[in-house]
Ligand binder design. Structure first.
Ligand SMILES: NC(=O)c1ccc[n+]([C@@H]2O[C@H](COP(=O)([O-])OP(=O)(O)OC[C@H]3O[C@@H](n4cnc5c(N)ncnc54)[C@H](O)[C@@H]3O)[C@@H](O)[C@H]2O)c1
Length: 295
């Protein structure tokens, strides 16, 4: 298939491009950064430099595509002014969906976020109603990033309502790769009873790339939403004990399939996409949270 992958130079985009090229797809990457011949960055597949908040750029890259895998975004609300985060994320999604509908592209894979539920960046306190959080949990976004993802999912709903486009939104947990496991998850692994917005949930970038590939190749109708997270939590903590320690009985604890389970359920992705996490922080870190020696 001809696959457009946006945000192809970012953490998730790089993993996705590698996975799609390996699977034999014809990949066109799009990102804000300069092309390979300028930078020496080795990117498989073809590449176009462009700002997707510009409709012309979105239309020119989507023309002729079989699938759009929309990864590009500002991935948190803290490093840019609020309106820049909201505008960048919402308008890039709007322009790409608009182009996909107008060109009759059959499949759109939209990278959303676990923070859509309301955790991570709330201005006023937020707790989930229950753990593990799943796709049925109500959404209570407060910050511009989570709001942009919530509206992005609504754009998918509208697109399947008004056209033959089929859409899948993937809500990844925090994403980690070789380059940042130690810095990002090391402290959480070391702590005995860490307080965390998502109860230690995370996902490996390559596991997420597998989910994006399954979504792109899926025949599912309509717009489906899937959480994607590792099976365990960072540090292998007893999630029920951590939850009680920090929140008493203010959060309903639902069935867990293991003591060190993620705070996010990926049962729907297993059932409908055939996706299962294959990787863990344990492949990268020791139990003190330090990087394992390279094989
Ligand atoms: N990293 C995480 O923990 C995490 C968790 C949940 C969801 N996500 C989502 O996953 C996706 C990828 O995140 P990431 O961690 O790879 O972030 P990243 O910052 O590493 O990559 C994002 C890429 O998008 C590009 N981009 C931003 N604005 C653009 C624009 N207007 N036009 C074209 N390209 C643009 C950036 O240049 C960058 O290369 C995002 O949608 C993010 O919201 C990330």
């Amino acid at each position: 298939m001809k696959v457009v992958i946006t945000g192809s130079r970012g953490k998730v985009g790089r993993a996705a491009v590698g996975r799609f090229v390996e699977a034999g797809h014809d990949v066109l990457g799009v990102d804000l950064v300069r092309p390979v011949f300028d930078t020496g960055v080795d990117e498989p597949g073809r590449y176009v430099m462009g700002d997707l908040t510009d409709a012309g750029t979105a239309f020119s890259v989507v023309a002729g595509a079989d699938v759009v895998v929309h990864v590009a975004a500002i991935p948190q609300p803290t490093a840019n002014p609020a309106h820049v985060v909201f505008h960048t994320n919402l308008m890039s999604t709007f322009n790409l969906v608009e182009a996909a509908v107008r060109f009759g592209v059959p499949r759109f894979v939209n990278v959303s976020s676990e923070s859509i539920v309301g955790n991570f960046f709330p201005e006023r306190p937020f707790l989930p109603d229950y753990v593990p959080v799943d796709e049925e949990h109500p959404l209570h976004p407060q910050d511009p990033y989570a709001l942009s993802k919530a509206f992005g999912e609504q754009l998918m709903d509208a697109a399947v309502r008004r056209s033959d486009l089929r859409a899948i939104s993937i809500r990844p947990s925090t994403v980690h790769d070789d380059g940042n496991y130690e810095a990002n998850l090391g402290p959480q692994v070391r702590e005995a009873d860490p307080e965390s917005a998502n109860f230690g949930s995370y996902v490996d970038a390559d596991d997420l790339a597998d989910a994006l590939l399954l979504a792109a190749e899926s025949d599912l109708p309509g717009h489906e939403v899937f959480y994607i997270a590792a099976a365990d939590n960072a540090g292998g903590h007893d999630v029920a004990a951590t939850l009680r320690e920090h929140h008493g009985d203010r959060i309903e604890l639902r069935e867990l399939d293991r003591v060190d389970a993620s705070g996010i359920s990926t049962a729907k992705a297993a059932r409908m996409l055939g996706w299962r996490a294959k990787r863990s922080w344990r492949d990268h870190l020791d139990t003190e949270g330090h990087a394992l020696p390279k094989a």
